[in-house]
Design a protein around this ligand. Structure first.
Ligand SMILES: [Fe+2]
Ligand SMILES: [Fe+2]
Ligand SMILES: [Fe+2]
Length: 425
């Protein structure tokens, strides 16, 4: 227990001081990862919606809401296959599912609940929206503006890095104009045609333009301190997106969070520290959103290229979280979950000395949960089998033996913490 007990009293309690908008903006990076090589779809939709709103004479507050709505509109998409359909087909038959999933996720989190209905209808043609009793005009227009600029981005995406974007904009404008009154509200088509006359409207969608716009939005936004409860709720929401990516990982992140907290409490970490660790555990696999579905679902026989794509995921997690002020430690704990005490882990090759107690806990919890959980190709292992496998890893210096010893004292309790809703995935 030396490492674990030595660290027990080092950390004082600390509540988390974080701006909610900053967290939301950073987590929208995770959603954009589902595009694999094109990782700015949500941001471009947000920028386009923002400029259309200003062209229409809407207030900055309304335009900012539409910007955020653009960032998060695809919150129901975890799968790289789904993303591919959505950006390569104008009117994909399976598009409604991600609208429903996204709306349900947003409705459960009060700071973002106003986005639920627009997200629900962001692939519904205008002619259907106007026939829906009870749907407010404002929500119908918010949803339809996102639909319109989302389709613009899908058509333009192939040209952003080719230098040929401006050559293709007349054709894109024409395609949108042809759908006025059917897919899109005539008044929104008019606004889009007006705004998109300017070259700047399109050029801002290239990478440097996006970075500049994000900077502007950060400076414009008012501070909004997040409570710990809100951060946990938001982290849970994003863990659902990651875990929904594949039946192989159903509820994995929540189980890792449950077991991490269980271990941390037994090690005497303060409640504030336990909260931070729980958030780190919920977010530890965010970077997996960039791994193509077919690679994540492959049970064995990965090529070295496929293995390196998977191994990049914990660094992607780090990239997303490290810029959130107040999340510096959370970013590290989450990113270190594949580091091994003998220095052979990834992506930083840290040694045992440079891994803090929280990171070592999260590593044990991650492997423990994966072994105990049912997977489509095998049942979850029994407590004895989980312990035997982890003891082998500890003997090879791949996990911290002191933390494993703590779990070994009460395997029934550890199993219950790792599988909070029972074994069935
Ligand atoms: Fe989209
Ligand atoms: Fe991982
Ligand atoms: Fe994991």
């Amino acid at each position: 227990m030396s490492n674990a007990t030595a660290s027990r009293n080092v950390h004082d309690d600390c509540s988390i001081h974080v701006d909610l908008r900053e967290v939301i903006h950073a987590l929208s990076d995770a959603l954009d990862l589902v595009g694999i090589d094109d990782v700015a779809h949500g941001k471009r939709v947000g920028i386009l919606a923002y400029h259309c709103a200003l062209t229409r004479g809407q207030s900055r507050a309304q335009a900012s809401f539409l910007f955020d709505l653009g960032l998060l509109h695809d919150i129901g998409v975890s799968s790289t296959r789904t993303h591919h359909h959505l950006v390569s087909e104008f009117d994909w038959a399976g598009s409604q599912q991600h609208c429903l999933t996204g709306a349900a996720l947003l409705a459960g989190f009060s700071p973002l609940a106003a986005m639920a209905e627009p997200v629900r209808y962001h692939h519904t043609p205008w002619e259907k929206l106007v026939a829906m009793p009870g749907l407010s005009r404002d929500i119908a227009e918010q949803a339809n503006l996102i639909y319109l600029v989302d389709r613009v981005d899908a058509m333009a995406a192939a040209f952003y890095s080719s230098g040929e974007l401006l050559t293709h904009t007349p054709a894109i404008r024409e395609q949108i104009a042809q759908r006025s009154g059917q897919h899109f509200a005539p008044q929104l088509v008019e606004v889009f045609l007006q705004a998109s006359k300017a070259e700047a409207f399109w050029l801002q969608l290239e990478p440097r333009g996006i970075a500049g716009m994000l900077q502007d939005m950060r400076e414009l936004s008012l501070p909004c301190q997040a409570s710990t409860a809100q951060l946990k709720q938001l982290a849970t929401l994003f863990s659902c997106i990651v875990d929904a990516k594949s039946p192989f990982t159903a509820r994995h992140s929540q189980g890792v969070a449950g077991l991490s907290r269980w271990l941390a409490e037994r090690l005497g970490l303060t409640p504030g520290r336990c909260d931070q660790l729980e958030i780190a555990a919920l977010l530890h696999d965010l970077g997996k959103l960039r791994v193509p579905d077919e690679i994540l679902e492959k049970p064995a026989g990965l090529t070295s290229r496929e293995r390196s794509l998977i191994n990049a995921h914990s660094f992607e997690t780090y990239q997303i979280l490290r810029h959130i002020r107040g999340f510096e430690e959370i970013a590290c704990w989450a990113a270190y979950h594949h580091e091994e005490p003998d220095g052979h882990g990834y992506p930083f090759h840290l040694s045992a000395d440079s891994m803090c107690i929280e990171a070592r806990i999260l590593r044990v919890a991650d492997i423990f949960q994966a072994l105990a959980q049912d997977r489509p190709y095998r049942a979850g292992l029994s407590a004895d089998a989980v312990l035997a496998t982890l003891q082998q890893l500890a003997a090879q210096q791949r996990i911290d033996p002191a933390i494993l010893a703590l779990a070994a004292r009460d395997m029934a309790g550890a199993m219950a913490a790792a599988l909070p809703a029972g074994k069935a995935a």
